[in-house]
Design a protein around this ligand. Sequence first.
Ligand SMILES: O=C(O)CCC(=O)N[C@@H](CCC(=O)O)C(=O)O
Ligand code: ZN
Length: 333
Amino acid sequence: MSIPNNDLLAFTLANPSYDKTMMWSFRGGKAYLECSGVLRLEPEQAPKHSVVLSAGVHGNETAPIELVNALVQQILAGELELNVRLLVILGHPQAMIEGTRFCDVNLNRLFCGAWQRYEGMEVERAKHLEASVKNFFDVHHAGEKFHYDLHTAIRGSEYEKFAVHPFTNGKSYSLAQFAFHAACGIEAVLLSHQPATTFSYHSYATHGAHAATVELGQVKPFGENDLTRLSAIRDSLVALLNKAELAEKSVEEMKLFEVIDVLTKDSEDYQLNIPSDLKNFTGFEAGFVLAESSLGQYVIEQEGDAIVFPNTQLPVGQRAGLVVRVKDWSEFQ
Ligand SMILES: O=C(O)CCC(=O)N[C@@H](CCC(=O)O)C(=O)O
Ligand SMILES: [Zn+2]
């Protein structure tokens, strides 16, 4: 038994609660469907790395889902030879069907065990995805571990494609990862300044994987994405899966930012003083009152400080945006 037409996306949308396992052979390896949307592919020859590719952790972020599904179809059809172990995760099948970011709670806030503090349909999924990633990385035995969690942003961005690098707590960054991002057509890298409960941070902190959340444009419904805009990341992922090589390009082609503050919605009357169509990475003048509520204000400290992921349509206590500042690549060279 296998999935019809090698189409993981169609199978997942048709069977969002599939809780059985399925195993079959394809030209070049073995496929294991571990549950709905979770497919492990093991190559015949000795694997050189272990790679997790996730998409659809937010159900309405469809471009990366289509990108990953196309790669899976090529592999299962024997058109793309695999030389790494690969775990493909379509994160949130029910939200994908409903065309929504999440159903009850934001799945990408539930990792690192944070699911224990929440209620809702995403809780079981987060627990399950953590277990799938653990099982996958527990039998990693060659090369390096990678996890790229692919998203699209709610708003437009000054830099259409950008990566969020997990907080390293003083550990050194991997220049090869930055060069890989550049080869993927990533235009900006954002360095996180504190631990998070996101999927990519979980793989970085818990499993020691090279990891990133990668934003690949703006949210669009299935079928409306222009995948030609993702050709650089597709080609770089093909090289990783097939040649087990990290493509590279000069990092100088990307902007570098660090997160300097997290904006938190601190009360129901919290507001951001920005237009609804303001792009991610738009910078402000020093002294601009970016956010205010009955409990206080957030004032921009330095000219050029910018906002990423502004959003107030969320519960009190959650992240309403990141304030970021340009950084120089020179300190990494
Ligand atoms: O556009 C937005 O506001 C959100 C896009 C998105 O889903 N971003 C991720 C980033 C995760 C990270 O910080 O690593 C998220 O908010 O979960
Ligand atoms: Zn997302």
